[in-house]
Design a protein around this ligand. Sequence first.
Ligand SMILES: C[S@@+](CC[C@H](N)C(=O)[O-])C[C@H]1O[C@@H](n2cnc3c(N)ncnc32)[C@H](O)[C@@H]1O
Length: 278
Amino acid sequence: MKPEDFKFICDLVKVRSGLTLSDDKGYLLESRLMPLARRHDLGGLEGLANELRIKKDEKLIVEVTEAMTTNESFFFRDKKPFDLFRDSILPEFIKNRAAKKQFRLWCAAASSGQEPYSLAMIIRESAARLAGWKVEIVGTDISNDILEKARNGVYSQFEVQRGLPIQLLMKNFDKHEDMWRIKPDLRSMIEYKFFNLLENLAPLGTFDVVFCRNVLIYFDQETKGKVMAQIASLMPKDGLLFLGGAETVLGITDKFKPVKGFRGVYCLTGGSTSFGES
Ligand SMILES: C[S@@+](CC[C@H](N)C(=O)[O-])C[C@H]1O[C@@H](n2cnc3c(N)ncnc32)[C@H](O)[C@@H]1O
């Protein structure tokens, strides 16, 4: 692949999604985009780059951007953050929101839905304490294809075996041929929307807890900082942010700081969380 074609496609994908590809990621571009180039009878990546340059076809640009996203996800990913949410954070929010009886959760890179459904299962397990409450879970992503999968809530045996306790599988899924389908009542707890984290996030409203896990890792420092600053602006003073295991706010933004003893959880700097701050 010609260096100028590599650069052209990388720049386009970065502007559209934030994904930053280093020069050694030519193989990734090839493996993700060759099938697309063939499908469109463009020969190869050179043909694809030319087509994008000349026609600026929006549909093709979206397809290229979506093909470059990494959608890996699984239920209760890394376990610990979900344990913290269930055992410490949720009880605290139930206490602090007792008058209002409502809160909103956001999975900012929801992918195929395992993360929001994991939260929904936790909320359902706490149904007795949340009777009469309005708990909203919003899942957003930049890939329409992956959002479609999330909305359908149908997973393979392999997917449900990754991280999902058997009793939650039996309780929340129906077997459908060789696949597992999330039960309608759990599916209806989540609102999925297409949303790009690079855009103005204000239209989404405010969120008490934000899971923005395993997406910032693909962005450069400046983009990470901007996204985190926007997330901070959507939160009440006691709002909390969950990041992925390889992500941090340190050295990127001063809007958040780590919550002591809660790895991967961050509170607003100058906020008023009841959790220990470091
Ligand atoms: C690796 S998955 C993370 C899924 C889930 N949060 C988890 O930790 O398991 C990353 C997701 O981020 C989405 N994504 C990438 N860039 C995005 C952007 N600019 N705005 C919104 N979502 C984006 C991708 O489409 C992909 O589904």
